[in-house]
Write a protein that binds this ligand. Structure first.
Ligand code: GLY
Length: 370
């Protein structure tokens, strides 16, 4: 059964369809958007090997022709050279202003292809077909597109909303357990930031969902996307509430930077550990009870996820070094770090009213536990 979340942005509204079989039905969903039966697909080599034939067949079923560019998989693809290659390729394919580009892959491909679509001929429409859990629940919805700079992640980009998102739950079956659980870090984030009932549902259903229960996966993606859509509708360009989606990211980004954005720590793993630390900091500041961070950690552990700094292999900087890395985060405004803290599970808020000493103590305690 297909679920639909409508992202009701004035003038740029679109649907996110969630469910099984959407890749093979892609043609039927995309056809109404097309001026001519032809699309340009940007993907990566891993996704292409696994799923591109199914997409080609799904489009051909409705008479849609496709050409595809498969870029190397991995974060390094979110940079200038692959962007230049993608835009050049789209121009070579004679993609016109009225055509549609399809982003078929995880967060890297969605961000890169979305940005290429945003700047090609001053903006062409694009469709997201996210293939990772992280991309289905977070990056494919909401219109953030872009690439990384030498100075930091996601520093070059544009808000460019997709015209349609197809989140095919079947595709999640080809993810490694580690990649699936990293994406699940973002799912937990939604419960923790604004919906205690969803977090409690995850405590109950998370384990069955992790081993492949399709219905539970569909429900988890639907509820996550609904929360994201509600927030994006309120604050598309992150002037306020959208920052809530960065729960766990200030600590998480520092840990990602400390591990060189390498295989030692995936983005979603950093977010999960970061969520536990954000609740620890909230508890230390007297905003929520000590039970809250304990319950966050208990759920992450029950899911077999990275939970504490001791779960990150190799050396880490000391607390001052990590605090310094937090200062490089793009959520610094006028020199002040913005944190997402919580008054309880499901009750996050944005604040800059955090003493560096409290953050240092949380980091020192966490490092001592290693
Ligand atoms: N991933 C955070 C956002 O879309 O705002």
């Amino acid at each position: 059964m297909i679920e639909t979340v409508h992202v009701d942005l004035p003038g740029r509204a679109y649907d996110v369809h969630i469910g099984p079989g959407l890749v093979s039905e892609a043609g039927a969903h995309i056809l109404p958007l097309l001026n001519r039966p032809k699309v340009a697909v940007v993907t990566d080599e891993t996704v292409a090997a696994l799923h591109l034939d199914a997409l080609r067949a799904g489009l051909a079923r409705e008479g849609i022709e496709m050409t595809a560019l498969a870029l190397p998989a991995g974060e390094a693809t979110k940079s200038w050279e692959p962007l230049e290659r993608t835009v050049g390729w789209l121009l070579d394919q004679k993609v016109e202003r009225g055509d549609v580009v399809v982003a078929f892959g995880g967060g890297v491909i969605g961000d890169l292809a979305g940005f290429a679509a945003a700047i090609l001929r001053r903006g062409v429409r694009f469709v997201q077909i996210p293939t990772s859990l992280l991309a289905q629940v977070d990056s494919s919805v909401g219109g953030k597109t872009g690439i990384n700079a030498a100075q930091g992640k996601n520093l070059i980009g544009a808000f460019h909303q997709p015209s349609l998102v197809l989140a095919d739950i079947d595709v999640l079956g080809s993810l490694t357990a580690r990649d699936f659980l990293a994406g699940y870090g973002e799912v937990v984030k939604y419960g923790l930031l604004g919906d205690l009932a969803f977090f409690e549902w995850l405590e109950e259903n998370g384990p069955t969902l992790a081993v492949g229960n399709q219905q539970a996966r569909c429900e988890a993606v639907r509820r996550s996307v609904q929360m994201k859509a509600d927030i994006v509708i309120r604050d598309e360009t992150e002037q306020g509430d959208r920052a809530l989606l960065n729960l766990g990211h200030t600590f998480g980004h520092a840990l990602e930077a400390a591990t060189g954005y390498s295989d030692r720590l995936l983005h979603g793993e950093g977010v999960a550990i970061g969520c536990a630390m954000a609740f620890e900091l909230s508890s230390r500041m007297g905003l929520c009870s000590q039970e809250s961070p304990s319950r966050v950690r208990a759920h992450l552990k029950a899911m077999g996820m990275k939970t504490d700094l001791r779960d990150i292999p190799g050396e880490l900087p000391d607390a001052a070094g990590l605090l310094d890395l937090m200062g490089q985060d793009k959520k610094v405004m006028q020199g002040t770090l913005h944190f997402i803290l919580a008054r309880g599970l499901g009750e996050a808020f944005v604040t800059s009213d955090v003493a560096a000493g409290d953050v240092l103590t949380v980091l020192e305690d966490a490092l001592r536990g290693r």
